[in-house]
Design a protein around this ligand. Sequence first.
Ligand code: CDP
Ligand code: MG
Length: 710
Amino acid sequence: MSKRTKWDTKGDLDESKNLPIYQHKATLQQAVKDNSFLVVTGETGSGKTTQLPQYLHQAGFWSNGKIGITQPRRVAAITVAQRVSQEMHCSLGREVGYQVRFDDCTTQDTVVKYMTDGCLLREILADPVLSQYSVVILDEAHERSLNTDILLGLLKQTLSSPDKASKGRSVPLKVVVMSATLETDKLSVFLGGCPVFTIPGRTFPVTSKFSCAIGPKDTESSVYIKEVVKVALDVHTSEMAGDILVFLTGQSEIEKACDMLYEKAESIDYRYDVQDHKVEGLLILPLYGSMPTDQQKQIFQPPPPGIRKCVVATNIAATSLTINGIKYIVDSGFVKQLNHNSRVGMDILEVVPISKSEALQRAGRAGRTSAGKCFRIYSPAFWEKCMPEYTVPEIQRTSLTAVILTLKCLGVHDVIRFPYLDRPEERFILEALKQLYQCDAIDRRGKVTRLGELMVEFPLPPGLTRALLQAASLGCEDLLLPVAAMLSVENIFIRPGHPEKQKEADKKHRQLGVQAGSCNDFTMLLSVFEKCKASDAPSAWCKDNYIHWRALKSAFSVETQLREILLRLQKKRDFPMEKFDGNKSELFRRCLCTGYFTNVARRSVGKVFCTMDGHGSMVHIHPSSTLFDQEAQLDWVIFHDLLVTSRIYIRTVCPIRYDWVKDLLPKLHEVDVYELSSVAREEVTDEEVAKWMTKETYEFTAVFKKLEKR
Ligand code: CDP
Ligand code: MG
């Protein structure tokens, strides 16, 4: 490890000495040495994420293992690692690296490792005491992402039991939890009353102005996109120099807004229209999660003299990333959030109003280096009526299936009494147990099955993993691996804004669908994947067919990685194998059924389908589907996901035969029927249950109890 010391003392770029955290370097280094848990808090931009890992590196922690820093968002992990590798004068992936799902940029030399919280959770599965690490920093804890919350509980459990904690380690693990200024006392109490180190902040006043454009009833995206564009241009033409940060909801909204901004900014006459004559142009930059990394870098560079920078971003710019020079905020008031929708019984990405605390955080981004202004496009009535005080932690609003399976595989059997920072509603835990039972990941006693142990290895939703493993056991993984990869990357179909081009794109996409033979949205994905892969000029092929080349490239890489995981598992002796006689198209769809039978719908009248999972929702096939407008010929279908607007749409659809799911469907209701009559009494206390039952049976009993009550 000695070669790593060569850049030890060069750690700080000059700028970094001006960051508020710099004065506390020695104290922080000591505090981490002295405590197993430490909470560090400070205003966003004070230097926590980029500097603390370097301080710990300089203090020599690396000699006992890696310094790991988790981020809830992959873009943050990547861009911060880039920045820190520059500050430490090493090339990215060497001493400083990052790992996010499907993208590992680390080597044996990596000692400062930025990663998503999901990646660390996977590492804990393989190595519960994290023996490769000397320090683990859980960053952005205030975001309350599902994975960070689970990591907090797991590390608390491990470190508070000395036997467990020291097993397989020479030196005890240090855990630092970093958070913006919220909830730090709660964190400290949760972690056994550990010290809280507060980095004194310096912020400047930000004046906020409401407008009347968005009232409580306006949630149509075209309305708020238009409005933020208008306000951003007003700021550009009438305010003094200083950069603008616009908060929008997601990639497509951001791209639309940027297009509109480009168009309108073109026609500005800088002699007359712009008040501050030092401002001579507008540089428009989008910022969202799945953006190419080289484009992300640009965001942090100061604009050329005379040019005003306008960054149009998702919530990522609220706390995870700090852009210097921002003086004006334009706040749309909305965010895209994953929520469990009880109407349809699934997690759905929805556009919802932000919380008041989130709005304050957004506004605060304008006051980092001087006084700033925040323009809210919504009315005071919207603030009062639509915006909650705080954002609900992810663990309390999304499906817990994947984490419950992870916990079970880690030997945390009693998932109901696990130390959660904020306990999820019990019905969500029960729902997750039910789903895991339905995909055969756990048995009736709540124990992980052999299949569950295989499933947890895949960074995919459980249903998709189940289908993939089914295909693998039948020897046809080549059909499912590309599909799983395609469903794991951003949208691959280009939908041009121009109506003529749109028509042409639709035509090309339909042709691809027809060529795919037995036409459905899953085979369409498979066909695009295979055709592009076989093409001599794949990027030209994509352009010609209105397909995002970048997304397909990621899909190729994801497919390779999934294949590697599968190969590793297949080498194990007890990998399940079955036989199947029948044609390929049927085989493919039957494999899909094994994972997606929970997402099954049957056509009722006209174009309306009814889901069969007990929710009985009325759904429509989404216009982007190859099966759109062919509803009359369909009976039973399965689908990958739902989109809820004024209607409920099913997306990525595949026709199936009732025969194929007939034997599986009872599973959807089985836990209902399954009678453990003596246990299913209404008012049994936990103690009573414990007396006459083993712990394992407890959880499922609870499921039955709940279902009976419905
Ligand atoms: O974590 P915290 O919000 O406390 O601050 P940070 O992310 O460490 O940011 C410290 C400084 O580094 C800010 O001035 C950022 O603008 C800068 N930074 C940067 O220039 N480029 C990056 N990729 C990340 C941070
Ligand atoms: Mg940070």
